[in-house]
Design a protein around this ligand. Sequence first.
Ligand code: GLY
Ligand code: MN
Ligand code: MN
Length: 446
Amino acid sequence: MYEAGPDELYAEHLQTLMRRADVALAALRFDALVIHAGCPPTLFLDDQAYPYKVNPHFKAWVPIVDNPQSVLVYTPGARPRVLFHQPSDYWHLPAPMPREPWSESVDCTPMPDPANAGAAWAKLGRVAFIGPPGCFPPGCPPNQALALNDADLLARLHYDRAVKTPYELECLRRASALGARGHQAALAAFRRGESEYEAHMRYLSACAQREEEMPYNNIIAYNEHAAVLHYQHLDRRPPEVLRSLLIDAGAQYRGYAADITRTHAASPGRFAELVQRLDAAQLRLCGEIVSGCDYREVHLSAHRVLGDVLYEAGVTRLVGPDALEQGVTGVFFPHGVGHLLGLQVHDVGGVMGDVQGAERNRPEGHPYLRMTRVLEPGVVVTVEPGIYWIDSLLKSAHQDGRRPHIDWAVVDELRPYGGIRIEDNVVATAAAPENLTRDAFARLAA
Ligand code: GLY
Ligand code: MN
Ligand code: MN
């Protein structure tokens, strides 16, 4: 079956963004929108800059992720204009002017000196500015300080952004394909007995992306490290015994993120069986990502399903619903089942109830859930249930009324494996969900 590539889908994507912006600007009585790409801050007492991360609003409009100081100017009814930063600089190589199929849909003009950028919007009336404070040229926004990152405008744009365009879905598919390749390479490194650091380097190499291009820091956790939800170190030496690998690592395509987790056992046994059970449970939860479904229900469903998995594995003595009721599942699954995904790995707007920014409450006792919205076709979420052996949480449960509901001998047997998380990126549609991650791994295996 023929599938359109991002270049063919971009013009329609841009039209959608323009329509959304038109509605938002009109509702808030703005005449124009100016989005700054951002600029990396400088290190304290140094002349070096931190890695540059583009303003997500900017990369939504144009896939320029590596040219700080550029600016997008949009006036309803006109083509978007990109002031493309092109300094006269013999220390660095200025980025070449975009000459790609997508750039035919916008007007790109070279901008040698950002200090003069203000002339591009001086006569546009009431302008809304979006960008990191301090990046706009000096004196800008002139007399319009209140229109910098206007909260009502951001709320509208953030709410709308949860529904992806066909272009965005294709970018996300390609990000998943890259991530799957990285996962395969990191797993091979683990199987060869290489260290967390080496697995990380092989991951990057397989994706052909630099560390700063990753949408978030790779989590490559062996053994007990897998119990740390956002484990941030990379041991340079492998442990004496390799028991488990939890790898949570993504990739980017045109600024869109993949967010993928897999857990692998080094050898057969109770842990390996639990990984299989969790994998099957996770797939069932992915099946719940359908239009009209309240994502909070998916989260609570995950607690019940994981409660059953723990019960069947002999870790707990209560079936799913009872385990949720008694707060037992929260000992092993202390985070949300997932979040919105797109331009940012934890994409914005997950707990918004409408374009005005009203918050949709999280279920009581579940403060870490990042997504409470009702699913619509085109909304992309992660589904990432996990089971962990976290010392501090186990200690609390051992000291309170939950103690009899847990088989502590089994917990002690599994503790050295750290934990398990399986995370896929899933698109809600009017029919069956599209699982970007499983599809990417399947293509790799084909
Ligand atoms: N990689 C961070 C997360 O899964 O939310
Ligand atoms: Mn995630
Ligand atoms: Mn993740």
